[in-house]
Design a protein around this ligand. Structure first.
Ligand code: UDP
Length: 349
């Protein structure tokens, strides 16, 4: 029996695969590698010393999904595949709605066909309505995404809820990520954004290594301790472990549940800069820029539901988040690029 991991080649996916394998699960990975690298999969094999099947397939191709279910004994799915750039989603809503929503419908349709009804879905804190007054955010906080990417996540959450209502055999876990950062302690897998990073920590990493000249801090006039935005940064290994705990719950129950995956602690942009300077031993030049459209001042999780119902808590602190990010950045100054070309035949067996 295996867990099908969609998007297993990506930043979150590779770390989830490592944790699943370390917990004794058999896995099958499907990824179209549109925003990830086959080399990440090779490195998962190196870290764990285990091997598994990988399909380079787009979830929009139902026939190929059927093949995967026919060729493997799959009894649950962790669905991570999807486009994830907020900025790009505002420019290309068709791409985001078509890919993220239709691929989820396809995977659920094929799961139903094969009577596999256990799924963990990767959602995001971006589904919560923006608020500067009510923190921390618990799962019953009002919903209301403010960009197309977030709306695809919200629509999928509604779809999964309808699915659960329609058939009580389904067991569904929805994980709302806060701000995943850091990398595996081996320095072999990590975040490898294409082009200029949008998110703070990969941007800091590129400035620290000298590939980008200066960090723009988007606003220093927020009502926070130092005026810069506050977020709940969570180590990607903690986040990945959250998927294993959620899967265990999904395997043993039915129904649908949503869980925040965050630490419950917020850090400002300036605190992140200082922590990254310490981790890297380098000065990080920054300048104050105008606020970024759509940003809220403060956003951090109430993670108590995951603690109480899954037995999961985030354990890794800010220092390690920055150290592991820096370790990954130093070991892989060009990300996965250059180490291997992308085609599937570059896969290590
Ligand atoms: N941020 C920044 N400069 C950057 C990228 C991000 O000042 O180049 C700030 C952003 O305004 C927010 C925090 O860093 O307060 C985290 O932003 P990120 O894009 O990483 O995550 P978000 O919480 O927006 O999804």
């Amino acid at each position: 029996m295996a867990v099908l991991v969609t998007g297993g080649g990506g930043y979150i996916g590779t770390h989830v695969c490592v944790e699943l394998l370390n917990h004794g699960y058999d896995i099958v990975v499907v990824d179209n590698f549109s925003n990830s690298s086959v080399e990440g999969i090779n490195r998962v094999k190196t870290i764990t010393g285990k091997t598994f099947k990988i399909y380079q397939t787009d979830l929009l191709h139902k026939r190929k999904l059927i093949d995967i279910f026919e060729q493997n004994s799959i009894n649950s799915v962790i669905h991570l595949a999807g486009y994830k750039s907020v900025g790009e989603s505002t420019e290309k809503p068709i791409k985001y709605y078509a890919n993220n929503i239709i691929s989820t419908i396809n995977i659920c349709e094929i799961m139903k066909k094969f009577d596999v009804k256990k799924i963990v879905f990767s959602s995001s804190a971006t589904v919560y309505a923006p608020s500067n007054n009510h923190q921390p955010i618990s799962e019953n906080f009002p919903l209301g995404a403010t960009n197309p990417y977030g709306r695809t996540k919200l629509i999928i959450e509604h779809f999964l809820s309808d699915l659960s209502q329609s058939d009580s055999d389904w067991s569904i876990g929805i994980l709302r990520y806060f701000n995943p950062v850091g990398a595996h302690s081996s320095g072999l897998i990590g975040e490898d954004p294409k082009g200029v990073p949008n998110n703070l920590v990969p941007y800091l990493a590129r400035v620290a290594i000298g590939k980008l000249p200066v960090l723009s801090i988007f606003g220093n006039d927020y009502p926070t301790m130092d005026g810069t935005g506050v977020r709940d940064y969570i180590h990607v290994v903690d986040l990945a472990q959250g998927h294993v705990y959620a899967l265990q719950k999904v395997e043993s129950t039915t129904g649908i549940d949503r869980y925040n995956l965050g630490t419950g602690k917020g850090y400002s942009v300036l605190e992140m800069v200082h922590s990254y300077e310490k981790a890297s031993g380098r000065k990080i030049p920054y300048e104050i820029a105008p606020r970024r459209k759509g940003d809220v001042a403060i956003c951090y999780a109430d993670p108590s539901k995951a603690r109480n119902e899954l037995g999961w808590v985030a354990k890794i602190g800010l220092k390690e988040m920055c150290q592991d990010s820096w370790n990954w950045q130093q070991n892989n100054p060009n990300g996965y690029e250059g180490d291997h070309p992308s085609p599937l035949n570059a896969l290590k067996r």
